[in-house]
Ligand binder design. Structure first.
Ligand SMILES: [Zn+2]
Length: 451
């Protein structure tokens, strides 16, 4: 049955490409200040129509709390005892960012060296096309009840769908949830993402003087706020560059698949001679330990800056936290650390912008067993279990609402996709391989639950 499905999917790939080209052409950035809302409306309608054609006869748009519309639908199978699987993706995309940095037009699917380039080609329109291709390959023989939710504001972080889940718990209830917004370890290396870091975002503000004063007259004894801030930020890393927030454990190790350092260097685009930080295994540092990044600093830009001491300065910080760390505790530790590190009696305030919990999947159930078999058959190699440095808050919402459900993170977004950056792309072999995985998974999961 695998060979037959594989052949069907190969034959479906031209349609997958056409579909993806149509989707990528829609500039569905869910921020009306940047792109007209009609672009999102078109992407939503396109998705609705495509799934309606595949038997989701009740497909419809549902409004979420942030005003975005999600595509929802169900597809029953003849066996009433069959398990239910919820398929997830999102149709909104990141803005293209720097147009000049794109080597191909961001909203025109373009093939270069075997990869398909365009904003959203992987994240997450490639996963919508993966779902469609898997279902087309199965034809009428889909042995599970399906539910579909494709949201329209994932990239905005406004939490529309997250707030939709609790009041609409019955609509989305399922035995297994395929959160298809991650990807394999590399092209051809199948993987499930089983751990996500949480995060704490803060803005730290430093004040030292009533107003700007001349650096010639006062520089020396008078403390400038920017120097104080720089000293404080420097205490957040040790000499190896490892994150050192007092009170947070930075010795934990990752027990799943290792992230080879050479691949990490290439994936992250480190320049020649630039070192990896933290003095440990890459997988420990990126999946099992806290990591602090400075996202922005408020201070005078170089051009236009005067010979003056700065009375105030601010920085926006992002702290990623691994499973096992409580965001509230991490936020308190970071705030305490910054206040303690402030030199010279300068005034410090720390505002918390946002926090998110880490996530760890329970991989002991039948859905993970079915997925492991499906990946092995589709790719010929064992499924790896990966972590991901980023956060997907919806996973915690699903885990809280449906403690019995198995939550699986997978998809077409392997590291070379450069999601969120200019020149995003997808490898068509990943669409084909993951569509085959998904089709096999649905069959094997049904067998395990009903057989
Ligand atoms: Zn995404």
């Amino acid at each position: 049955m695998t060979d037959e499905l594989r052949q069907r999917i190969a034959a479906l790939m031209p349609q997958a490409r056409t579909d993806l080209a149509e989707l990528v052409a829609m500039k569905s950035v869910a921020d009306p200040r940047q792109f007209p809302p009609e672009e999102c409306a078109r992407a939503a309608q396109w998705t609705l129509d495509a799934f309606a054609e595949l038997g989701f006869t009740d497909a419809r748009l549902v409004e979420t709390a942030d005003g975005s519309k999600a595509v929802y639908g169900t597809r029953r199978c003849p066996n009433p005892d069959a398990p239910t699987v919820l398929l997830y993706a999102h149709y909104d995309v990141q803005p293209p960012l720097d147009d000049q940095a794109w080597r191909t037009p961001p909203f025109e699917l373009t093939e270069v060296d075997g990869r398909w380039y365009g904003r959203g080609s992987a994240d997450c329109k490639g996963n919508i096309v993966m779902h469609l291709t898997a279902l087309r390959a199965l034809r009428d023989d889909v042995p599970v009840h399906l539910k579909l939710i494709v949201e329209g504001s994932e990239e905005q972080g406004t939490g529309g769908l997250e707030e939709f889940v609790a009041p609409n718990a019955e609509l989305l209830k399922a035995d297994a949830i395929l959160v298809c917004d991650t990807g394999n370890a590399a092209v051809g290396s199948p993987a499930a993402t089983v751990s996500l870091r949480g995060m704490v975002n803060v803005v730290v503000k430093v004040e030292s003087l009533k107003t700007e004063v001349h650096s010639g007259m006062f520089g020396g004894p008078a403390p400038d706020a920017l120097s104080a801030l720089v000293r404080m930020l420097a205490t957040l890393r040790d000499e190896n560059g490892g994150t050192t927030v007092t009170g947070l454990d930075n010795t934990q190790t990752w027990t799943g698949e290792a992230y080879p350092p050479d691949r990490f260097r290439a994936d992250a685009g480190l320049l020649d001679g630039v070192e990896l930080l933290g003095g440990g295994h890459v997988s420990d540092l990126v999946w099992a330990r806290p990591a602090l990044s400075i996202l922005g600093i408020d201070c005078p830009p170089v051009v236009g800056s005067a010979a003056a001491l700065q009375p105030h300065a601010a920085a926006r910080l992002n702290l990623r936290i691994p499973p096992g760390t409580d965001p509230g505790q991490a936020q308190a530790a970071l705030t305490e650390h910054l206040k303690h590190a402030a030199p010279w009696g300068v005034h410090v305030t720390v505002e918390v912008e946002a926090t998110g919990s880490p996530f760890r999947a329970d991989t002991s159930g039948p859905a993970y067993a079915a997925l492991g078999e499906a990946m092995k058959e589709a790719y010929g190699t064992e499924m790896a279990m990966l972590g991901q440095g980023g956060s997907i808050p919806l996973c915690n919402v699903f885990a809280g609402q449906y403690p019995e459900a198995e939550i699986i993170l997978m998809g077409v977004e392997e590291p070379l996709t450069l999601m969120h950056a200019p020149n995003e792309s997808v490898h068509p072999d990943e669409i084909a391989g993951m569509a085959l995985t998904e089709a096999l998974f649905l069959r094997k999961f049904a067998d395990r639950k009903t057989g």
